[in-house]
Design a protein around this ligand. Structure first.
Ligand code: ADP
Length: 607
């Protein structure tokens, strides 16, 4: 946790402000008090000095009135006594000067020589001549003391008879002032010391809950909500503490519920069988689940923060605005030459409470299989329509010709009727084949299996073809005539063999040979029928088992084929848990193989 610097702490600031306030208050009080006190003291000093000066002038005047002169030595002695008395009672120096500016008495015992001498003091002259009283404060150049000077004329019968000059030191007054100042300073220091201590205690009391709230906020930022703050009172800080505890509890609940939602969401996303991608407002990927990674074959680290348009590879077809308009499902074709892979993507927008669009959600589904089925269904419908239309068109034209009068022609009419009959039969064959395929496709389809000697079955079918064949084709059987029991639906396998042999005959050249083989292993028999016919191009060899697939359409149709024979055969062999395939060399011949599983004799105890 970051520690707050002491000098920046609220506690320090609090104490500092507190001390400064007290200091300022003390300063204001002391300046005002000392100034007022000084004024008062100086005033008192001056008043008292004046009173005494007046008393002295009154006494001198009394002495003068005794003989109406001041030159009398007796009178002068009395005045000297008055002056001495005066200076005894105060720290003052007094001089009495007569009308002729001669000093007649002085209180300074060290300066008695001055008595009888004329003074040149201008203040005294002014008092003697113009009866002017002077009062002022001077600094004594000898010792630097402040002196209060009063020069007072002494009047008798309306005339100035003398003047007195009083010089009184004010040092004692100022010394008292200094003492008071000192007392004040000491008081201030004591007050500040005591109030500082009190301030620190007070600041601690106030800042303690704040410091604790701060610590709690820091803990909350780290995700620790377990601490509870103690409320120290019912004041604002106490209420703040209670509010903070409530806030902490609400935050903890909100966090827990957000965390729960997040966990639920991520669990849903991870267990979804669809890929999910979420983006921010600018279309940059912020989230994708494992399934989306798999579908797009990308790693989360590389695509996070990438544009969804780039990752889906649809930059040239769509803009971000197009996606925000929630387009219909977008098909992404990631097919490779030998592997189809198609993803369907649905987009929806994430909106804020304000309705503002805040991002996109893309849901990806693998629709390869579905697309394949859809494609096959479309092709199937087109093929069926086409296969039916051809015989129907032929029939219509022959019937039209007959209606138009050909029925009267004894030679043509039977031929035309034969054609319509052939086409009708072809259609019946086609519809029968289709019905059979539809039965094979249905889930309720069941095989009527029984133990059958395959060698015997095979021979029987070959014999049938041998007897009825019109072509000049030789049949060659290269298998040993021995019992080979298989658990099969005889009708279905007969149908497979019929189709294979009739194909071999159909595509065999004049004088060709059809070879029949049976090979057996421990768990299966392998049957093959080879011809020396036109063969099948290599690239088409696998497709001959597809519905309606014919290498040479015109030829197959001429030979009466529907293009469904091998497709039916494949379904039937697969229903027997076998395999069917073909090998061919163009111009040299074709061999069609199939396998059937053989159940071990010992295993089922049969035979
Ligand atoms: P069809 O009714 O046309 O014979 P099939 O499903 O039996 O339909 O056969 C599909 C296609 O496979 C045929 O149209 C033909 O082009 C080809 N095919 C099947 N068997 C042979 C074969 N023995 N020799 C050459 N081509 C064959």
């Amino acid at each position: 946790m970051k520690k707050v610097n002491l000098f920046r702490s609220i506690k320090f600031k609090f104490v500092l402000v507190y001390i400064l306030l007290i200091l300022v208050a003390m300063q204001i009080i002391s300046v005002y008090f000392v100034r007022e006190l000084e004024k008062q003291l100086v005033n008192n000093f001056s008043v008292s000095l004046n009173e005494r000066a007046n008393l002295l002038t009154y006494n001198i005047k009394n002495e003068y009135e005794k003989k109406q002169t001041l030159d009398d030595p007796e009178i002068q002695a009395s005045i000297q006594n008055l002056v001495n008395d005066f200076s005894k009672t105060s720290d003052s120096e007094v001089k009495v000067i007569n009308q002729n500016s001669e000093v007649i008495a002085t209180s300074d015992p060290n300066d008695q020589l001055i008595v009888g001498k004329r003074t040149t003091d201008i203040l005294i002259k002014r008092a003697l001549l113009v009866n002017l009283k002077t009062e002022k404060t001077l600094i004594d150049p000898k010792n630097g003391h402040r002196m209060r000077i009063i020069v007072l004329p002494v009047e008798a019968d309306g005339e100035v008879i003398a003047a007195i000059k009083l010089s009184s030191s004010m040092e004692s007054t100022y010394n008292s002032m200094q003492l008071i100042n000192q007392i004040f300073s000491t008081g201030t220091i004591i007050a500040i010391t005591i109030t500082s201590v009190l301030g620190i205690l007070l600041a601690s009391a106030i800042t303690k809950p704040i410091t604790e709230i701060r610590k709690q906020a820091q803990e909350m930022a780290k995700g620790n909500f377990s601490r509870k703050l103690k409320a120290y009172g019912n004041d604002e800080i106490g209420e703040l503490t209670i509010s903070f505890n409530n806030l902490s509890r609400n935050l903890q609940q909100a966090r827990a519920s957000t965390e729960g939602e997040r966990r639920k969401l991520s669990s849903v996303l991870e267990h979804m069988t669809d890929g999910v991608i979420a983006t921010d407002r600018r279309g940059k990927i912020i989230l994708l689940n494992d399934w989306a990674e798999d579908l797009l074959n990308v790693s989360r680290e590389t695509v996070l923060n990438q544009s969804i348009l780039d990752v889906l590879g649809i930059t040239d077809k769509y803009s971000l605005d197009d996606l925000y308009e929630e387009p219909d499902d977008v098909l992404l074709d990631f097919s490779e030459p030998n592997k189809n892979f198609i993803i369907k993507t649905s987009f929806s927008t994430i909106q804020k409470d304000t309705g503002k669009v805040n991002g996109l959600i893309a849901v990806l589904y693998d629709v390869t299989e579905q697309e394949k089925i859809d494609q096959e269904r479309r092709e199937f419908v087109a093929n069926v329509s086409h296969e039916l239309r051809t015989p129907l068109t032929t029939m219509r034209s022959y019937l039209e010709a007959l209606t138009d009068g050909a029925w009267e022609d004894k030679e043509i009419a039977p031929k035309f009727l034969q054609v319509t009959q052939d086409e009708t039969e072809r259609m019946i064959r086609l519809v029968n084949d289709l019905l059979q395929l539809s039965k094979l496709d249905s889930t309720e389809y069941r095989l009527m299996k029984d133990w059958v000697n395959f060698t015997e079955l095979f021979n029987r079918i070959i014999d049938r073809f041998e007897m009825s064949k019109s072509q000049n084709v030789t049949f060659k059987r290269t298998f040993i005539n021995k019992e080979r029991f298989v658990f099969i639906d005889e009708d279905k396998i007969t149908q497979v063999l019929d189709n294979m042999i009739s194909n071999a005959l159909k595509y065999s050249p004049e004088g060709g040979t059809v070879t029949y083989r049976i090979k057996e292993s421990r768990d299966q028999i392998l049957v093959s029928i080879s011809d020396e016919g036109v063969g099948i191009p290599k690239e088409n060899i696998k497709k001959i088992f597809d519905r309606f697939y014919r290498v040479d359409k015109a030829r197959s149709r001429k030979l009466g084929g529907t293009g469904l024979g091998l497709a039916i055969a494949k379904e039937m062999i697969y229903a027997h848990d076998g395999h069917i395939w073909a090998k061919s060399e163009e111009g040299k011949g074709t061999t069609v193989y199939f396998t059937l599983p053989v159940v071990d004799d010992q295993e089922d105890g049969w035979g």
